[in-house]
Design a protein around this ligand. Structure first.
Ligand code: ASP
Length: 403
């Protein structure tokens, strides 16, 4: 039995157990089943920093030239931003057609939600450059680790023979990290079971039913984006078998669905992409970057939810406001980490920029975990799609045979 099937079984058992336990058993699920998931996620997080750093350094060394790093960087960011903007448009379209907020009224006792203001763009750029690389690693700040790894890789290449020892050591670290990922993945089905059971127990039908329309709208937007946008890109730009691609990335997508963390899923996304033939140098650069800056599922969710809240209050949005959602949503996705719930914080930012009442998001807050699952799954599928496309175009550049 392959890993996807095993993870799928873990997921299905988790859903059954969660429904069985229900709201009364939610405390038990959180206290006694949840830890299986937490331990699994802790192990994954344990390996992220050494894995990303070492594989990226080795990736850059094997590219061998700084121009190529720049070229890959520009292509990657362009794909990421383009697909994200598309995802918001899909979310807005579904939100307009399905009208998830129409006919609902706000509960009087709504929790106050604090808005998060967008950090100035200059601060986002400055913060990418670490003053202390060890601190960046301690805090698992992915963008800073990526920058330091790029410099280290370029430095090793420039120094040449004298740095051979360092290069081999880092290469060894990368190999060991891959092995550790393999070991952790052996228990992924149990981890996924532990992650999903408490969520389903706490968010049973009673909680979800009144908001069913918004849940369906978010799931549908995510699904359409994955099938049509990634499907078309993979088929027409990547020239690949789309079903085979989705099957190959399935273990990572399922893990993202259960863990709601692109960052936490990263080691598995990397190993799935490499198994599908994406080169180590491209995947180790494009995927860590994507886990931090590319969030298509989150963008689609924001499109739906912004409309949901406008509809809830009977506010008609103008064309300019639609445009604001697309631009702020795309930019906001760059500076937000791939961790559970990050998209909700970004949503409050978008609501503020639109002048929509923040209290509306209290309804979303209650079911956000359920909405986080499909969006994180799409987020990592988008990262892998872009990695595939960039790798393919790099190979075409070098006239290397394609897989
Ligand atoms: N959980 C998402 C991720 O890790 C981010 C979000 O909350 O939308 O990609």
């Amino acid at each position: 039995m392959n890993l996807s099937t095993k993870i799928l079984i873990g997921l299905a058992l988790g859903i059954i157990a969660g429904l069985e336990l229900g709201a009364e058993g939610a405390g038990f699920a959180k206290a006694w089943i949840g830890p299986l998931g937490t331990i699994f996620m802790n192990m994954i997080k344990m390996v992220i920093v050494p894995l990303v750093f070492s594989s990226l350094v080795i990736g850059v060394c094997s590219l061998g030239d700084i121009k190529k790093v720049g070229r890959i960087g520009v292509k990657t960011v362009a794909w990421y931003l383009g697909t994200t903007a598309f995802a918001i448009v899909i979310g807005l379209a579904i939100g307009t057609i399905m009208q998830p907020g129409a006919g609902l009224s706000m509960p009087v006792e709504s929790a106050k939600v604090a808005a998060k203001s967008a950090p100035p763009i200059m601060k986002v750029i400055i913060d990418i450059f670490p003053t202390n690389p060890l601190q960046a690693m301690v805090k698992a700040n992915m963008l800073q680790i990526i920058v330091f790894a790029l410099f280290t890789g370029v430095g090793i290449t420039a120094v040449g023979e004298k740095a051979d020892y360092l290069k081999h050591t880092i290469d060894g670290l990368a190999e060991v990290s891959y092995k550790i990922v393999g070991m952790i993945m052996a228990v992924a089905p149990v981890g996924v079971f532990g992650l999903i059971t408490p969520v389903v127990a706490a968010n049973g039908p009673a909680v979800l039913l009144p908001l069913l329309k918004v849940v369906v709208a978010v799931y549908l937007s995510c699904l359409l984006h994955a099938v049509f946008v990634y499907g078309a890109l993979l088929k027409f730009v990547g020239g690949t078998d789309v079903v085979k691609f989705f099957k190959g990335i399935a273990p990572a997508s399922l893990m993202a669905f259960s863990s709601c963390s692109s960052g936490g899923t990263l080691p598995l996304t990397m190993s799935c992409a490499q198994k599908m033939g994406v080169s180590k140098e491209v995947s180790s650069f494009v995927l860590p970057l994507g886990a931090t800056i590319n969030m298509d599922g989150t963008a689609a969710y924001q499109g739906v939810c912004a409309l949901f809240i406008a509809q809830l209050y009977g506010i008609e949005l103008t064309g300019a406001q639609y445009f604001t959602i697309i631009v702020t949503g795309t930019l906001a996705s760059i500076g937000t980490a791939g961790v559970p719930g990050a998209g909700f914080i970004m949503l409050t930012m978008i609501l503020t920029s639109l002048g929509l009442p923040l209290e509306g998001s209290a309804l979303i807050a209650g079911i956000d975990r359920i909405l986080d699952m499909p969006r994180t799954s799409v987020n990592i599928t988008g990262d892998a799609t872009v990695a595939y496309l960039v790798d393919k175009s790099e190979r075409a550049n070098q006239q290397e045979p394609l897989y």
